[in-house]
Design a protein around this ligand. Structure first.
Ligand SMILES: [Zn+2]
Length: 102
């Protein structure tokens, strides 16, 4: 399996919009990584620090780190009511009696 690295991101220069290159990066905490990015456009040559941070959880970790708290995304399936609650709601409606056929 190939691992996704931060420098594979397509980073655009905030000033001229050109493709830019991550020159170096360092981990600041369990959830934040900082990168030095350089614009590929020689006429611009902007160099800046960018940040990659874990903001919301879509699917909870199967190996949670007790030091890490990343709030659950409201769009996460884990934030939705459990499926059996919907089943219970469906069961509360009276079932129409099926007329014997034939
Ligand atoms: Zn630029």
């Amino acid at each position: 399996m190939s691992q996704v690295h931060f420098n594979q991101w397509r980073v655009l220069c905030p000033h001229c919009g050109s493709e830019s290159t991550v020159r170096s990066s360092k981990q600041l905490s369990e959830t934040v990584r900082e990168a030095k990015v350089q614009c590929n456009n020689p006429d611009c040559a902007h160099t800046w620090i960018a940040q990659l941070a874990a903001l919301r959880t879509i699917a909870p970790s199967m190996m949670p780190n007790p030091k890490v708290f990343i709030p659950l995304s409201p769009r996460s399936p884990a934030a939705q009511p459990p499926a059996d609650a919907q089943l219970e709601l469906g069961m509360s409606f009276p079932h129409p009696r099926m007329a014997p056929s034939g």
